[in-house]
Ligand binder design. Structure first.
Ligand code: CA
Ligand code: CA
Length: 81
């Protein structure tokens, strides 16, 4: 688990960092509730409801330290499954 992040290539990590920064609207370094809701609102235009719920559940499960926000490390864990 500690080494999780190093198994991802440098390029993938840059892509993930870009994606994370887009979701992290207020640049707090965490994706919090309202930012996730914003993401899912946008996703629901192009994805069916069950798919959006699936992603939401993945994100909620990815909050491994249960502080109700997703750090970049947690985001990488979710995205590389
Ligand atoms: Ca944020
Ligand atoms: Ca967390």
């Amino acid at each position: 688990m500690e080494n999780h992040i190093t198994q991802i290539s440098r390029e993938d990590l840059d892509d993930l960092r870009d994606a994370f920064n887009k979701i992290d609207i207020d640049n707090s370094g965490y994706v919090s509730d309202f930012e996730l809701q914003e993401l899912f609102r946008e996703a629901s235009f192009s994805l069916p409801g069950y798919k959006v719920r699936q992603i939401m559940e993945t994100f909620i499960a990815g909050d491994t330290n249960k502080d109700e926000k997703i750090s970049f490390e947690e985001f990488v864990g979710v995205s590389s499954d």
